[in-house]
Design a protein around this ligand. Structure first.
Ligand code: NAD
Length: 297
């Protein structure tokens, strides 16, 4: 089995690395924070002494880091240590321009590279049911595929380098917009005296159907179980939705794309986070909207 270096052992990285180790891969993980290394040690994960040590002699190195600046820094640090012809997979959610830079640095070092952000959250990372959106060459995708199969349920090869990040921010921009639309519809129904379960029964089988209604309804007791039934404990935190909406706006501005609703969604999630609700699930937008004064939104 291939040996894997895994860098960034946070909420997502640790369960992903553990799934690889449980599948029989020889995993050597590292994280800058001692608290993450301690948690990884308690989980029985093999640990390296530094990022470079994790990358040294690995067939494949996986990154699961907070942002593009850190991903570029870590790539710059480890690429010279990696074996030529080995593979770097960046699973972090980062801006498209930084993803291109990581691909450029890898090509310069003779290392195969994939950007492969994920959908599915911490639950999906633990259960090994993530969806990977992947950018890079077909050759690199073929090398990475067995890992995606172990850490997830599906990997879509979206195109060349950066295409995975592009798919991720487009998907999450749509999700942010559709969740706000869903919250508005249910809040309006309530004001109109319409039962929210009646609205769910209609919309979930009508033209307004979407994942935010059908699978993740923001109203407690309505539809399948969702964070709304658990006090809006994430799930997918509003602060992470805001991060992705900011990345989408950054990309829209770079490419001069018209995304007026994406921009508005970003502003609303910014207000929710500013109100101290960053750690609330993003479907908690319904409570924020319901409680907000008209002039605030
Ligand atoms: P996290 O903050 O829990 O983990 C990131 C880890 O990277 C931290 O443990 C941090 O110490 C480590 N790190 C930072 N700089 C480092 C460096 N220079 N070298 C080594 N390690 C370093 O974040 P997370 O929730 O695990 O998310 C990771 C990525 O996955 C992010 O890009 C996030 O946007 C994305 N993501 C998260 C979720 C989610 O639900 N949490 C869902 C989809 C995608």
């Amino acid at each position: 089995m291939a040996s894997i270096g895994f860098i960034g052992l946070g909420n997502m990285g640790l369960p992903m690395a553990s799934n690889l180790q449980n599948a029989g891969y020889n995993v050597s993980g590292f994280d800058v924070t001692e608290i993450a290394r301690k948690a990884a040690h308690s989980a029985g994960l093999g640990l390296a002494t530094s990022n470079a040590d994790a990358a040294l002699s690995a067939d494949i190195v996986v990154l699961m880091l907070p942002n593009g600046t850190i991903a570029i820094d870590v790539a710059t640090e480890i690429l010279p240590k990696m074996t030529p012809g080995s593979l770097l997979i960046d699973c972090s959610t980062i801006d498209v321009e930084s993803a291109h830079e990581v691909h450029r640095l890898a090509a310069e070092a003779g290392i195969l590279c994939l950007d492969a952000p994920v959908s599915g959250g911490v639950g999906g990372a633990s259960a090994g049911t993530l969806t990977f959106m992947v950018g890079g060459t077909k050759e690199a995708f073929a090398v990475g595929q067995p890992l995606f199969d172990m850490m997830g349920q599906k990997a879509v090869h979206c195109g060349d380098g950066g295409a995975g990040q592009a798919a991720k921010i487009c998907n999450n921009m749509l999700l942010g917009i559709s969740m706000i639309g869903t919250c508005e519809a249910f809040a309006l129904a309530d004001r109109l005296g319409l039962s929210q379960s009646a609205l769910f029964d209609v919309v979930s089988t009508s033209s307004g159907a979407c994942w935010s209604v059908n699978a993740y309804c923001p109203v407690p007791g309505v539809g399948p179980k969702s964070p709304a039934d658990n006090g809006y404990k994430p799930g997918f935190a509003a602060a992470l939705m805001l991060k992705d909406l900011n990345l989408a706006q950054q990309a829209a501005s770079t490419t001069d794309a018209a995304t007026p609703l994406g921009s508005h969604a970003k502003n609303l999630y910014q207000q929710m986070v500013d109100a101290g609700l960053g750690e609330t699930d993003f479907s908690g937008m319904i409570e924020f909207l319901t409680n907000a004064k008209d002039d605030r939104v």
